[in-house]
Design a protein around this ligand. Sequence first.
Ligand code: GLN
Length: 192
Amino acid sequence: MKVGILALQGAFIEHEKIIQELGVEVVEIRQRKDLEGIDGLILPGGESTVQGKLLRQLGLLKPIQQLINEGLPVLATCAGLILLAKTIDQEETAHLGTLPIVIKRNAYGRQLASFDSDIDMRSIGHYPAIFIRAPYIESVSDDVDILSVVNNHIVAVQYHHQIGLSFHPELTHDTRIHQYFLSLIQPSSQSS
Ligand code: GLN
């Protein structure tokens, strides 16, 4: 099994360490050929406008979009979730747009730019979530499963093989979310 981690900008090293700790091979995605043979993909937090621009410049946007639409499992956190969203509140252009939700960037304003919260998450239970200039999900289409709601705002969803989180599971020592993601992956026959 091989998991690709988008490594253009942001908190990719932390995800990488957790996936390796769980005994799974990792490949950093920086160019199109890095996508060959991956069985799952992680889109890390960071800055979504920068990541979106780089995805376009490097010709990665369409190939990643196609892989996700074909069923590649994805774990997207914070800026990564913004990349996946079909609609970004108050912005004209989405990026990958494969997840039918409306997302609001920097949704908690300045006072609450960063905070920790012990959340309740479906399939996981209690989880120590770290939010950093986080987005929240304003609305979802009917077939999206809501995994967690904090203060009336949706912060975790699953849509078939796509998991989207407003917070940063790579910054805690709790590996359950990454394990849950790995459980969705069926290794492809082409990867070694
Ligand atoms: N505020 C960032 C954005 O809009 C996301 C923050 C994060 O990934 N921690 O892209």
